[in-house]
Design a protein. Structure first.
Length: 188
């Protein structure tokens, strides 16, 4: 988390809003105390509800950046590319094209091979016009969106895509930690 916080602070995000499960607010405050202009708040029951809680602390900023702590290798360069891409759109996301062969599976059986040329794996950071993201959250509070770009799409908005960074890995499963540790060592 502190790697991402450093990247966001160095980029000029002010404030940086950290949303964590309510039972970890005090622990998170201890972790971020060295970062100026950082607000820690408790999240909701879902990712979407947590982002909505974070948005409550965003002031008059015209743009907001949403980033998941599960992607610890955030860079200033990626932040800049995503923010620049918003342009005339409601938002912009980092993503990587899918390179693996994809299979649609049901009951442990391959149903079909999915055509992949237009498929991309979404990453964070994702940048949005603040009013567009707030409006999308207000219009779809009960939608089970997997990212904020999906809410913008459902609201009829447009989302640009920029090439992400393959090092911007998502640390989700136990085996991901060894990869992340190796990557952190190589980036120092």
């Amino acid at each position: 988390m502190t790697w991402s916080l450093g990247a966001l602070a160095d980029f000029g995000c002010d404030p940086v809003i950290v949303v964590v499960p309510a039972e970890h607010v005090e622990e998170a405050r201890d972790l971020v105390r060295t970062f100026a202009n950082t607000i820690v708040t408790g999240g909701g029951d879902t990712r979407q509800a947590s982002v909505a809680r974070g948005l409550e602390h965003v002031g008059r900023s015209t743009h907001v950046i949403v980033h998941d702590a599960a992607r610890p290798f955030l860079t200033r360069s990626l932040l800049q590319r995503v923010l620049d891409a918003v342009g005339d759109h409601d938002g912009a996301i980092a993503a990587e094209p899918v390179e693996e062969t994809l299979k649609w599976v049901a009951d442990d059986r391959v149903v079909e091979t999915v055509d992949r040329p237009r498929l991309w794996r979404a990453q964070t950071p994702q940048a949005f016009r603040t009013d567009a993201l707030r409006g999308a959250h207000e219009r779809s509070p009960d939608v089970a969106a997997t990212d904020d770009a999906q809410l913008i799409e459902l609201a009829g908005g447009s989302v640009a895509v920029v090439r992400g960074d393959r090092r911007n890995v998502k640390v989700t499963f136990e085996e991901d930690f060894a990869l992340a540790e190796s990557l952190a060592t190589s980036l120092q």
